[in-house]
Structure formats: C-alpha cells, structure tokens
Design a protein around this ligand. Sequence first.
Ligand code: ADP
Ligand code: MG
Length: 560
Amino acid sequence: MLEKARSLLQKYYGYADFRPGQGQIITSLLEGRDTLAVMPTGAGKSLCFQLPALLLPGITVVISPLISLMKDQVDALHSVGIPAAFINSSLTMAEVRERLNAARRNQYKLLYIAPERLASEPFQAAFKEMQVSLVAIDEAHCVSQWGHDFRPSYRAVGPFIAALPDRPVIGAFTATATENVKQDIIGLMELANPAVYVTGFDRPNLSFAVIRGENKQNFIRQYVSANRNRSGIIYAATRNEVDNLYAALRKNGYSAGKYHAGLPDEERRQNQEAFIQDDCEIMVATNAFGMGIDKSNVRYVIHYNMPKNMEAYYQEAGRAGRDGEPSECILLFGAQDTMLQKFLIEQTVTDPERKMSEFGKLQAMVDYCHTPQCLRRYILAYFGETAAADECGNCSNCKEDAELADITLEAQKVFSCVLRLKERYGATLIADVLKGAKNKRVLQGGFNTLSVYGIMQEYPLQEIKDLINRLIATEYLCLTESEYPVVKLTPNGVAVLKNQAQVWQKVPRRPQRTADTNSLFEVLRALRKEIAAREQVPPYVVFADSTLKEMSEICPVDET
Ligand code: ADP
Ligand code: MG
C-alpha cells in the first residue's frame, strides 16, 4: 500500500519521497487504524490524509477551520487533477445542495467541510447516503480548550462521526503536542485505540535567536534594512503596536502590509494576498495572521513581543523557511512582555485549573527567553523530542560569542541605586543616576547629590540600561504594573544585596567578536556600535504607555 502511495506522491505532487513521519502515518490510516499525527507547521500534514483519500474507496471528509485554508487546499488538489470540493459559509444554499449531490454520486475523493455545518439536518441526511472511508480532522487542537485556538464548533465532529452509518477511520492532525490537548483530541473525537505519531519537530533550516535588552524599534529598523527584498513577518502583541510598526516601516519606504482583527475583512484579505504574492515584503501582524498560510519563502519571523506560550511561538515562528532554505526566527524579549501575558491570562481565563496551566506554559516561554542553553534543544524537549544534540550550532545561544560571567558587583550597584531612589522611579532615571548623567531631570531633582550618583560612570549608558533590563528579565528586579512602571527589588535581588547570592549571566565576550556571516549578528553588532557612538541614546522603550490601556483590545485568532 505504501508503495502505491509513494508512486501517487510522485505522480500527483512531484515529490521524490516522504518526509519524516508521513510514511508511517499514511500506512497507519490505510491499515484502518485511528491515528493522531502531531507534526509541526509546514511539516506536511495535508499529504498524510490526501494520499490515503486517493487510495481508499468512497470519500474522505476533511474538517477544516478556515475558509481560506479549505479554498487553498481544494485549489491545489484541482491543479493536480484530484476531484475535491469544499462546503462552507461562502456558498449559497443551492451551491451547497449541488455539491452534496455530487458527493453522493461519488464525484469527489475529498470533501472539505467547516465544522459549523456538521450538525444541520440536510447534512446528516446527505451523509447517510455516502461512503465515508476516512474523516480527517485538520487543526484538531481546535477541539480543546487547552489549545491555543479553541473553536466550540469542533465539538460537533465527534457526534457527526458517531451518526455515520459506517464508522470511518479517523485521522486527527495538529501541531500542538501538549498532553492535555492530545488527550482532549482522543477523547472528544472518540478515537479508538489510536496510533499516535509525534514527529519532525526539528526544522534544521531555521535558526533561533532570543534578543534581550536591545531597543526593539532600533533592532527592527536595522534588521529590515539589512534584509531588503526578503520576505518576513513581524508579529506584535497588540493592534496598536502593529499599526505603529507598520506606519514606521512605510514611512521609511519599506513595502509593508498589516493584518489584525481590527481591520475590515476586505482589507485583511487584500493585505494577505499581497504578501503571499510577494507584492509586499514585510507583514506586520498580530497572531490573527498566518494560520494555514502556506507561503514558502518567508525568510524571517520576528516576534516583537514574547507570545503566551511555546506552542504559539513555534507555530508562528515555523512560518519561516517552509521551502527548507535558511531562515531566521527572532524573539525580542522585554520584561514587560511577561507582564502583559500575565495580565492577559488574568483577564481572559476564569477556570482556576486552566489558569494554572496557562501560567505554567507562560513560565516555560519565559524560561526559553532566559535559558543559556541551546534554544533548539529547549524547543524540541518541550515538544517531547528528547534525543536532540546538546548544541545545534544554529541558535543565538550556541552561536553568540557570549560567556557566563559573575556580575554580582554590577548588580549590587544597580540594586543599591534602586534602594536609594526608594523604589519609586523607572529604569531610565536609575540608569542616568548610575551613569552620573547631567541632564535636567537629574540635576533639578537633586539626584546628583546621592551617594550612588555616578558609581557606574565608566559604563556606556546603554550597557547600564541593558543590565537593568536583564536584571528585570531574570527577576532580580521587577516592574510595577502602572502607567509609568517603577523598578523595585525582588527577594532575589535583596539576597544579592545582602551577599547571600551571586548573579551569573551570559554577557557578550569582550573585546571584539570574530566576524560572522549571519545577518542577525551583523545587525546586532551594527546596532551596538551605533549606540556606543551616539552621545544621546534613545530611552529603552519596549511598550508605549498606551499599551497597558490597550491590553483589553488584544485580538484573538479569528475566523477569516
Ligand atoms: P502542514 O499542514 O503540516 O503545516 P502542509 O501540508 O501545508 O503542512 O505542507 C507544507 C508544504 O510542504 C507544502 O508546500 C507541501 O506541498 C510540502 N510537502 C509536503 N510533503 C512533502 C514531501 N514529501 N516532499 C516535499 N514537499 C512536501
Ligand atoms: Mg496544515
């Protein structure tokens, strides 16, 4: 059977061979076994049900959450001569009836259906007259409240299958590998003794980087300028942030588009189309953008803010490099990102058990941003692949010329300044006081008379700011959740101040690093050089103050 599938793979799709996992999953379905396949975005899940659909008698029903996703897949099938159709809310009643009739007459091998449709009477009746061999549930995590994209309509899938005259084989497909979600899929879709495959989470062509303590706007400016004529996605947490980044890029002459749930449908559709057609280079978007989009030549995905968990991060970052060419996934981390995500969980999750779980997943995301170890290894371990090498050589932790250093003394200087300022001021003033700056605010406030004034004057101001931000990020310091966040000491910081603990952190090795061809590190080097050369450095801004106010407006992933 698998040999037949392989020859169809070559005949219809023109691919030489299966990718990791595809062969086993196809075999499992063809042998009539319910199968849960967990494969990352871009790994090639569609083929795993399309090829069995060709080999099995009768029809394969594909449950799919998005109109755009269905249309793309059906178009692709038509282009290689496979009879298929979709049924969703974009059709008139007459068209729906016509397609159901065609399906009854065995005119399709695959029928894509939106889950909302399944419960209706005419559907149930029509399906009683079809021979359904396989039900493929795409993006199956949508059935689970534990997933990142819960859709209540997916709950209709289990009863729909149960009502079919003959029990078909069920294949469930997702990129979400957490235990809760897997159990929900198996339980709610009523998979019988399923084979579970978790494969191919590694994407060797992607390089991963976490950037902490850099000015995010500067980073973006430098990065896009070094990456002209390359396609990329910049994800930001809020609509407001998307609008601002988009405006800044357009002002500087970049061909950028934007996408978030606050835009009219038509505009979103056009922007998405322009990006896919390479008419626009950079897509600035909230997490509403990207599900099911198969654009192969995305060369970088930058996260302007840390997402809420690793599943969301890997899915979004994984939209880079689907063609297998080297691509970069960069996460710009700021301490406020943690605050924002905590806030969102508090606001949106009421069930206490679920809240705990969300906080746990957020912690794993924050840990990713701080781990000194190989980022790829961290990701793969998170998704249950434990056999990864210690160092991949292709992430910022493996590559960046950094070393673990004892920075206890510097940290103590910062902490004592925070205390002297009675824990009532923000990071900018703390850095100014440590540097011994002579600006108006410092002089008029009389901060130049404090004992801590200028105790770090030999450091570049930006380095002091970076240090403060790293200390916040690693929770020696914290920020209050107010309009103008104030820096305070945490118990960890107090322990350091009392000489009860040391601070070790990965810091860039000095003096100059060696040449590196990776564009990301070129950008970072240029950025640091530029900042060092400037007299006046811009204040470290991660979020505009407006962000906190705007938090309630975060867009969920929404129907498109
Ligand atoms: P997923 O649903 O897992 O995100 P897709 O099914 O959309 O991924 O596939 C992603 C891309 O990989 C598509 O362009 C698809 O044609 C391609 N692809 C899938 N299987 C293979 C294969 N065996 N060889 C080469 N390309 C493949
Ligand atoms: Mg898919």
